[in-house]
Design a protein around this ligand. Structure first.
Ligand code: BJ8
Length: 431
């Protein structure tokens, strides 16, 4: 860290000793996984800087906002409408849930056989090592999977939680229910911030988030090229940082990265040979600092060209319609955009299968790795239909179920290497 932030962390109530231990682990891991890559785009220096200041500069910015009377809202799910948070003059941050830190503490209040993402965020709260958690004036939960739904009751014993009731299906009754939830959330934001959210404020919130999603979309477009100008690891990092960086600055910086990627495409520059297997990762979100699968896959010489996940395409695929000019129309447009999400918590969820096939076609994918976190019922159950769809189309698919520990890394590498062999054989048969 370029400044001494200890006073700020202490004032936030962090457990400084435990926090020091956490901060000692991340740079080592980041160095091994990220800085060892060759021929990275120069624009990734911004992301390296963000990571070097992960608990420093951005937390300070949030702190400054709070000292000036602003509010910070933390979230764990794509259903939380960031547009409404920004319209209230607050900052929206995605809280980390990508490391098995504090799992032992979490297991004192949660069952052991629960998804690691949920145990991670409860563990971060209980061990007081996440400055984003401690900077949040309100956490927004949602009734997606059962594990999350019930865990927000537990989290509510420790902090201020607002829960949004997310629909499970996409009929008209669910759309109405969801629009009401968005309106209720707007009222909660107004109460939290003391600001009225009018049509102009919401239009600004929508424009800011749409611009961020457009920048991510543009960066991902570059991954269609052959050779691919950016590694999957770097693209994943950009998608992860999107959840907590300042949205306007992030948009500018990622558009600069895209300028460079487009130049690389024009010059035929890539980070892997043109014949490297092109892999799509599909499934559960990979929250920072979960880089495990990307590292394992790209260490075999393959290149990841997309993430069919919430930290990935599901986040930036759909925009909010900016044409309505009255508040009711804008709120409806926001609600409609979120109803397009194809999370495995929906039933039925045929859209996800269609979207996976579209990505396979658009990104010329050679094989799909379906990534599910252990004990995640929605994604592990939905795997069957994903597999059937892909196999029917002749696309090789590998099912991975794992957690955040590195204990199975060796075994996963072996399985991924065998999968790459299978892909090469399939390609050989086609040629
Ligand atoms: S919109 S994918 S972010 S719910 S991995 S906690 S589903 S048991 S993360 Fe998700 Fe929102 Fe859906 Fe996206 Fe439960 Fe599964 Fe754990 Fe999960």
């Amino acid at each position: 860290m370029s400044e001494d932030y200890r006073k700020m962390w202490e004032e936030l109530g962090l457990d400084l000793e435990a926090h020091d231990q956490l901060l000692a682990v991340i740079p080592q891991m980041y160095g091994d996984i990220y800085m060892s890559q060759q021929n990275r785009p120069e624009g990734m220096a911004y992301l390296d800087f963000v990571m070097s200041e992960i608990h420093g500069l951005r937390v300070k910015e949030l702190n400054d906002l709070r000292e000036a009377g602003g509010k910070v809202v933390g979230a764990f799910c794509l259903y939380v409408p960031e547009e409404v948070v920004l319209a209230g003059g607050a900052a929206c941050v995605g809280i980390c849930g990508g490391a098995d830190w504090g799992t032992a503490e979490a297991e004192k209040v949660l069952p052991r056989n629960l998804c690691p993402l949920i145990k991670s965020f409860i563990g971060f709260k209980l061990t007081k090592v996440c400055p984003y958690f401690e900077s949040s004036d309100m956490i927004v939960g949602e009734t997606t999977c059962d594990g999350k739904k019930k865990s927000y009751e537990v989290l509510g014993e420790y902090t201020n939680v607002h829960v949004m009731h997310t629909p499970q299906t996409k009929d008209d009754a669910s759309r109405k229910l969801w629009l009401e939830e968005v309106k209720k959330f707007k009222a909660t934001m107004e109460e939290l911030t003391g600001n009225t959210i009018d049509a102009a404020a919401l239009a600004q919130g929508v424009a800011t988030v749409n611009a961020k999603r457009a920048a991510l979309k543009r960066m991902n477009e570059a991954r269609k090229a052959s050779p691919v100008p950016i590694s999957g690891k770097d693209a994943l990092l950009i998608e992860q940082v999107a959840f907590y960086d300042d949205p306007v600055r992030f948009t500018q910086m990622i558009n600069k990265v895209s300028d460079e990627l487009e130049q690389r495409i024009a010059d035929g520059v890539g980070v892997a040979p043109a014949d490297a297997p092109r892999i799509l990762i599909s499934g559960c979100p990979m929250a920072i600092p979960n880089w495990k699968m990307h590292h394992i896959v790209e260490s075999t010489g393959a290149i990841i060209v997309g993430e069919e996940a919430c930290i990935g395409h599901r986040y930036f695929r759909d925009m909010v319609d900016e044409s309505p000019s009255d508040l009711e129309g804008e709120l409806t447009a926001v609600a409609d955009r979120y109803m397009k999400l194809d999370c495995a918590c929906f039933t039925p969820n045929k859209e996800r299968l269609d979207n996976i096939m579209q990505l396979v076609e658009d990104y010329k994918v050679d094989g799909v790795i379906h990534y599910a976190l252990q004990f995640c019922d929605p994604f592990t159950v939905e795997y069957n239909s994903v597999e059937r769809t892909l196999k029917y189309a002749g696309v090789p698919v590998l099912k991975i179920e794992t957690d955040y520990s590195m204990e199975d890394a060796g075994q996963l590498s072996t399985r991924v290497e065998a999968f790459m062999e299978q892909i090469k054989e399939t390609q050989g048969a086609i040629v």
